[in-house]
Design a protein around this ligand. Structure first.
Ligand SMILES: [Zn+2]
Length: 232
């Protein structure tokens, strides 16, 4: 498993730099919260190669939701074209088959979010001006990266936790696509890292809504909160 111990890492960082003593957001009404917008990319939207049903419906909600936050971070799935999570990398396999990859269970996806392609671009409908950071993930061909914090084997960190900690963030709100994969795993890692975590239920859509219901139970039993954003 992992050589990374997130909670210890966070404790060390806080201790070393005394982040909690600082107030980067003194003038903000929502001073210690950040919004993480996961993978609003063309391939995950209707017409894309791995489209999430109704995925486009969350974009206007997310655009409005951003007004609640001082700190907005985007994630972007960003695969090399030979990525091992692609069904095309495995002869005689079919989309959505499962294999073992680097010690983790891997769903074999249709090719998606290949670096530099139209499908990998953030949706033109997504407002991105407020985003101070875009975290690209899934760049190592040998392992997938659902979470915005770590790859699936916890072999590498994206640096997102350190960024949020240095910004004084205590609570993260998560939205985007897809609910049952990248949103869920980002949320679970955030809990493990010691953040307060909420998923904005009406600003995310699942590939498999039934499986997502089960994952949401796990998320909640670990202290996660689901809320609805209804400020439209
Ligand atoms: Zn991917």
């Amino acid at each position: 498993m992992s050589n990374i111990f997130p909670s210890k890492l966070v404790a060390n960082l806080k201790d070393k730099f005394q982040f909690e003593e600082r107030s980067f957001f003194e003038n903000s009404s929502n001073k210690s919260n950040a919004l993480i917008i996961v993978d609003i990319q063309n391939d995950f939207l209707p017409g894309g190669s791995l489209a999430v049903a109704g995925g486009d419906e969350v974009i206007p909600i997310i655009n409005e939701l951003q007004k609640e936050f001082e700190l907005v971070v985007l994630t972007q799935d960003w695969h090399p074209k030979n990525h091992q999570s692609f069904v095309s990398s495995h002869e005689s396999k079919r989309p959505f088959d499962k294999i073992e990859l680097n010690g983790t269970e891997q769903v074999l996806w249709p090719n998606h979010c290949v670096q530099g392609t139209q499908g990998a671009k953030l949706s033109a409908s997504l407002q991105t001006n407020k985003a101070s950071l875009i975290i690209r993930k899934g760049m190592d061909p040998s392992i997938d990266s659902y979470s915005g914090f770590f790859d699936n084997g916890r072999l590498n960190s994206t640096g997102l936790a350190g960024y949020l900690i240095e910004k004084g963030i205590q609570k993260v709100s998560i939205c985007g696509l897809a609910a049952d994969f990248c949103v869920y795993f980002t949320a679970m890692d955030a809990i493990e890292l010691g953040f307060e975590v909420e998923i904005i239920g009406n600003a995310t859509k699942a590939i498999n809504p039934i499986e997502y219901k089960e994952k949401l139970k796990i998320f909640k039993s670990n202290g996660g909160i689901e809320r609805t954003f209804d400020q439209l």
